[in-house]
Design a protein around this ligand. Structure first.
Ligand code: RIB
Length: 316
């Protein structure tokens, strides 16, 4: 059985589809606005649940209609939201998203209740799930001390830990020595590498594999770099470098593709897969997710991931 604890942010996404993304000071106009469930943590929790995992989600919403709706959506996916704090006097997180015709996006988040996720609550939620979970997945749209609490508690209890550094913060560097599987995208990897104080090395002149190897040297664990349409690169201090290419995909909206990858990766790791096997399931799932507008709308169920792998997505 695959059981995952996800610690991170939950938002409501307000999405405008436009011909192109606005530049600084520019207004673009699309036909309308759609409202979807969002937040990197909650999205990944949904991806893990659809991939077949039992999921407990830990985070915070405001004591408002938006928060109640967000929790109802998670419950409808079978996710246990017992460890979500419902906070008075603070709004549920909101993301303002523009998606262009290539499916590329621009996102601004008003953190709201996510900024009030409490480290002590996270610590006790992860500790309480220690005998239950196979993996703890943490993303960083919540306060740094809450992120640290999740990683430290997972590691202290011998649980596999996936750390999605989205966004990268300076405090993450100290957590690397605890050995989480880190899952940056290309730009997050560059930001993380720049924080490692690797001397005069210029991130612009360093390959993805070299930067990931520098992070892996700190964690002693595989680093899994998500590369959009190019798939994923696994850099494992013991097994070396392994690319997992993405199958061809029809792209309508890339929002949430990384969250899909992380949720499915964590679900597979919790079920006993290797990082490479789990990464391959994540790539297949993310490739399916981008065909539909909305972070969660295209997230596949386990059977669809199996079918995509059978059709030739990488198997790890
Ligand atoms: O990764 C996509 C997510 O980032 C969106 O759902 C938005 O809420 C932001 O958190």
């Amino acid at each position: 059985m695959s059981r995952v604890v996800v610690v991170g942010a939950v938002n409501v996404d307000l999405v405008v589809q436009a011909d192109r993304l606005p530049g600084p000071g520019e207004t673009v106009v699309g036909p309308g606005v759609e409202r979807y469930g969002g937040g990197k943590g909650a999205n990944a929790a949904v991806a893990a649940a659809r991939a077949g995992a039992e999921v407990r989600y830990c985070g915070a919403v405001g004591a408002d209609d938006t928060g109640a709706g967000a929790l109802a959506e998670l419950r409808a996916e079978g996710i246990d939201v017992t460890d979500v704090a419902v906070l008075e006097g603070v709004a549920t997180g909101v993301a303002l998203i523009v998606v262009d015709v290539q499916g590329e996006n621009q996102i601004a988040v008003g953190a709201g209740a996510n900024a009030a996720v409490d480290a002590a609550v996270v610590r006790s939620a992860v500790a309480r799930s220690a005998g239950w979970a196979g993996c703890v997945l943490v993303s960083t749209e919540i306060p740094s001390d809450a992120v640290a609490a999740a990683v430290e508690t997972a590691v202290a209890h011998g649980l596999a830990c996936v750390l999605n550094p989205a966004p990268v913060t300076a405090e993450l560097v100290d957590l690397l020595r605890l050995g989480p599987v880190v899952t940056p995208n290309r730009s997050e990897l560059r930001d993380l590498f720049a924080l490692l104080e690797t001397g005069a090395v210029d991130p612009e002149r360093t390959t993805v594999a070299e930067m990931a190897a520098a992070v892996a040297a700190r964690t002693g664990a595989p680093v899994v770099v998500t590369l959009g349409g190019d798939g994923v690169l696994v850099v494992d201090p013991e097994r070396g470098v392994a690319p997992l290419p993405a199958p061809p995909a029809e792209v309508r909206d890339t929002t949430g593709a990384g969250d899909t990858f992380n949720g499915v990766l964590a679900a597979a790791l919790a079920g006993g897969a290797t990082v490479s096997e789990a990464g391959a399931r994540g790539v297949a799932a993310a490739s399916l997710s981008v065909g539909t507008v909305g972070a969660r709308a295209g997230m596949p169920r386990a059977g669809a991931i199996d079918d995509a792998i059978a059709r030739g997505a990488p198997t790890g």
